[in-house]
Design a protein around this ligand. Structure first.
Ligand SMILES: [Zn+2]
Length: 259
């Protein structure tokens, strides 16, 4: 490879070139533009600000969904406890009523039995009081959890809507980039079909060595690759479009696009 490259440099410096005709230089210039555009397009995929925004939002949605699920489970558990407590209160009410009926019916005459019943009644009333307080606390807890679940659910819905909106925009942008990428790659392939093999090899070799830019423009008497002033004779030679020349400083092929 190096030998090939040196061989061409030698002849370029001598002002004569083999391997590249002026027509193929025009094609190489097009090829370089395609190649640069392809690199740019591929880069722009990763650098899309919307992509970062979407990824961040997606993480946020997953986090929110987990938190909501946790809250919903907590709410369900508390509701279950509330139902149990309400059942306990009902049971205790029935038990209290039974004992009171028995107590005031006059059926029980034994003092000892009456005392025992009263003792049992007090205990039930006491338990009922505790259960009723717990029920109230659980009702408040359920209400608070319902409020939180509602708020978190709304926030999640809002973020999901936002995500959909951004995703649509992102997909449109991605589609545009992919479409241009496809067209550019297709045009590149078409160009390669008619490009001389030698010219392509020189271009690829130079591209590798010159940071992706094999062909530099002549602009305001300078080489656009290294920004060095070009000798007038060299500039004129490039502009004459008669032969292929290279920048004596950076070694890139010089190309004149016209005024
Ligand atoms: Zn240069």
């Amino acid at each position: 490879m190096f030998f090939t490259y040196s061989f061409f440099i030698f002849y370029f410096i001598g002002g004569i070139s083999y391997g590249i005709t002026y027509e193929s230089l025009q094609d190489l210039w097009k090829l370089q533009n395609y190649d640069n555009r392809i690199v740019e397009l591929k880069k722009s995929f990763k650098a899309m600000p919307l992509r970062k925004k979407l990824l961040k939002l997606k993480d946020e949605i997953i986090k929110q969904r987990d938190e909501l699920k946790f809250k919903q489970d907590e709410l369900e558990e508390t509701r279950k406890k509330l139902r149990q407590m309400e059942r306990t209160c009902r049971d205790l009410t029935f038990m209290q009523r039974d004992i009171e009926t028995k107590l005031y019916s006059g059926e029980v005459t034994s003092v000892k039995e009456l005392e025992q019943l009263e003792k049992k009644l007090n205990k039930i009333k006491n338990n009922k009081g505790i259960s009723e307080n717990l029920t109230l606390e659980l009702i408040e807890e359920v209400e608070e959890l319902e409020k939180q679940v509602n708020e978190q659910g709304n926030s999640l819905k809002g973020d999901k809507r936002k995500y959909k909106k951004y995703k649509l925009k992102y997909d449109t942008e991605v589609y545009k980039i992919k479409e241009e990428l496809f067209k550019t790659e297709f045009a590149r392939e078409e160009l390669l079909e008619n490009l001389e093999k030698d010219a392509l090899n020189i271009y690829e070799d130079l591209k590798k060595r010159k940071n992706g830019i094999a062909i530099a423009l002549v602009e305001d008497g300078k080489c656009s690759g290294c920004f060095m002033n070009l000798p007038i004779a060299l500039e004129n030679s490039v502009k004459s479009k008669q032969k292929i020349s290279m920048c004596e400083n950076c070694g890139r092929i010089l190309y004149w696009k016209g005024e």
